[in-house]
Design a protein around this ligand. Structure first.
Ligand code: EPZ
Length: 430
C-alpha cells in the first residue's frame, strides 16, 4: 500500500486549483441511471470513489467513458437499459454511497436488490431514512440476508416526506427516486447542503422539475421521462476547506481557485477568529498566515450552513498548535475522533470524552509514523505533518485517494515537502 512522507516546516506559497466535488459527483453519476440518454459530467474529480461507482454502474448496464475535455476531466454515462438491478455486497461495502443506486433503479425498472452497506469507522450509519423514503413513495421493501429488495411494479407515486432529522444522503435519495414518480413529492426538513442544489440543477437539466433545493423544503413534480444533459460538477467545498486549513497550518500564502468561499463560510469564520487572514475573491479565496500565533477557538459541527463534520479533523490538526485550549464538539457522527490518538503520536495534547475533544495547544509537533481509518482523518495527519519537525509518514494512503485528487502534487506545487512512496495493492472500506 502507498504511503505519504512529509518533511514539515516548509511554508506554502502559490495557487491550488480545486477539483469537482466528490460527494456531489457520485450522486450525479447515480442520476445517470434515470435516463437512457447520455449524461455528460464535466469538472469531474478523478478519485478512487468515482472510479469505484463507475464500476458498479457498469455492472448495472451503464457505459462509462472518461475523457479529457476542454475544461478538464469529463465522464460520459449512458444506460440504454438496466441489465441488472442488483448491487452486490462486495461493491456496496466498499463505498456506502453506492447504496444511492437503489432509488434510481426502482424508479427506472420498478425493482432492485441492493446490499445493505453496514456500519463504518465513523459510526453505525444506518439507512433507515433511505428505506422510509422509498416506502413513502410506494415501494415495498423487504430485507433478507443483508439485502434490500425493493419493488414498485406500477412505479413510484409522489408523497410527502418529512424527515425526523436532517440527512444529506436520504434527501438526495428522495430527489433521485421522486423525479420519475407519478405526481408531486414534497420533502420537509431536507438537507440544505450545496450538493442538494447541484443534484437538483443536474436533474432539472435532464428534464426534472425540482424546486426549493438548498432550503429545508423541496418540491418535486414527477415527469414521465428524463433526457440526457451536460452538467458541470460543483467545486469540492471539503477540498477547499482542507487546503485553506493546510495553508494556515504551514504558514505562507495560498490562493485557492476554481471554487467558492461562501460554501465554507463557517470554517472561514473560525479561521479568522483563530487569527488567520482569509480574503474571498470571485474565483475562490486566499489564505495567509505570517508567523502569528494561532488562537484556540471552540468549534461545533452541524448541518449546513454549520461547521462541516468533514472539516472537523483538519481543524483539530490546526488547533494542536494554537495558544490555549480548544473544545471541538462532533454532533453528526458518533465516532469521528479517530485522528485524535494519531495526532497525539505527533505530540498533540488531546483528550476525548464522548462527542467532545479538548485540544490544548503545544509549542511544536514532531514527525512520526501515523495512520488513519477514514478519509478526512487521514488528511488531518498530512496537515499536521506540514508543520511538524522532521518526517511524518502517513500510512494507508488509499483513504486519501478516495477523496483527494493529486494531493501531493497540489501541495508540492506550493512548496510542501511531500512525496508518495509506492507500495502494492489498494483496499479498504468507508
Ligand atoms: C454525507 O454522508 C457525506 N457522504 C459525508 O461525507 C458527510 O460527512 C455527511 O453527509 C454529513 O455532511 C457523502 O455525501 C457520500 P447523513 P451521509 O445521512 O449522507 C444518520 C466524507 O468524508 N442517519 O447526513 O451518510 C447518520 O448515521 C463523508 O466524504 C441515520 O440515522 O450523512 C448520521 O449520524 C463521510 N439514518 C446522520 O444521520 C439514515 O438513514 C447524518 O448522516 C441516514 C443517516
Amino acid at each position: 500500500m502507498d504511503r505519504i512522507a512529509i518533511t514539515g516546516g516548509a511554508r506554502l506559497q502559490g495557487e491550488i486549483p480545486i477539483s469537482g466535488a466528490k460527494n456531489s459527483a457520485i450522486k450525479l453519476m447515480a442520476a445517470s441511471l434515470l435516463t437512457e440518454d447520455t449524461l455528460r459530467l464535466t469538472n469531474m474529480p478523478r478519485l478512487a470513489d468515482t472510479r469505484f461507482l463507475g464500476k458498479l454502474l457498469q455492472r448495472l448496464g451503464t457505459e462509462v467513458v472518461e475523457s479529457e475535455g476542454e475544461d478538464g476531466p469529463e465522464t460520459l454515462l449512458r444506460t440504454r437499459e438496466i441489465v441488472s438491478a442488483i448491487a452486490p455486497y462486495d461493491l456496496v461495502r466498499q463505498m456506502r454511497a453506492s447504496f444511492n443506486v437503489l432509488g434510481p433503479l426502482v424508479a427506472r425498472t420498478g425493482q432492485a436488490k441492493v446490499s445493505l452497506p453496514g456500519g463504518c469507522t465513523i459510526g453505525a450509519r444506518p439507512v433507515d431514512l433511505h428505506l422510509k423514503v422509498l416506502e413513502t413513495l410506494g415501494a415495498r421493501i423487504d430485507l433478507h440476508e443483508g439485502y434490500v429488495y425493493a419493488q414498485a411494479p406500477r412505479g413510484l407515486s409522489g408523497a410527502h416526506i418529512d424527515f425526523p432529522f436532517v440527512s444529506v444522503g436520504a434527501t438526495e435519495h428522495a430527489m433521485l427516486a421522486a423525479v420519475l414518480a407519478d405526481g408531486e413529492t414534497t420533502i420537509t426538513n431536507a438537507a440544505c447542503e450545496p450538493e442538494m442544489i447541484d443534484l437538483a440543477n443536474c436533474l432539472n437539466a435532464m428534464g426534472a422539475k425540482v424546486s426549493g433545493a438548498g432550503t429545508s423544503a423541496i418540491r418535486i413534480q414527477g415527469v414521465g421521462r428524463l433526457h440526457g444533459a451536460t452538467y458541470a460538477v460543483m467545486p469540492d467545498r471539503i477540498e477547499t476547506g482542507t487546503y485553506a486549513v493546510a495553508a494556515a497550518m504551514a504558514g505562507g500564502e495560498v490562493r485557492l481557485t476554481r471554487t467558492r468561499s461562501d460554501f465554507i463560510q463557517a470554517l472561514i469564520d473560525k479561521m479568522v477568529e483563530a487569527g488567520v487572514e482569509v480574503t474571498p475573491h470571485n474565483d475562490g479565496l486566499t489564505v495567509r498566515r505570517n508567523g502569528a500565533l494561532l488562537k484556540a477557538v471552540e468549534v461545533e459541527t452541524g448541518v449546513y450552513p454549520g461547521f462541516a463534520t468533514d472539516l472537523q479533523a483538519q481543524f483539530m490538526a490546526l488547533m494542536t498548535l494554537a495558544d490555549g485550549e480548544s473544545v471541538i464538539k462532533e454532533n453528526i457522527f458518533e465516532n469521528r475522533f479517530m485522528h485524535a490518538p494519531e495526532l497525539s503520536r505527533l505530540g498533540a495534547d488531546i483528550s476525548v470524552q464522548g462527542g467532545e475533544a479538548r485540544v490544548r495547544g503545544v509549542a511544536s509537533l514532531e514527525g512520526a509514523q501515523v495512520m488513519a481509518t477514514d478519509l478526512r482523518a487521514s488528511v488531518s495527519l498530512v496537515i499536521a505533518g506540514l508543520a511538524a519537525h522532521g518526517e511524518t509518514m502517513v500510512n494507508r494512503v488509499y483513504h486519501l485517494d478516495r477523496g483527494f485528487e493529486r494531493l501531493e502534487e497540489k501541495l508540492g506545487a506550493c512548496g510542501a515537502n511531500i512525496r508518495r512512496i509506492k507500495g502494492d495493492g489498494e483496499g479498504g472500506e468507508d
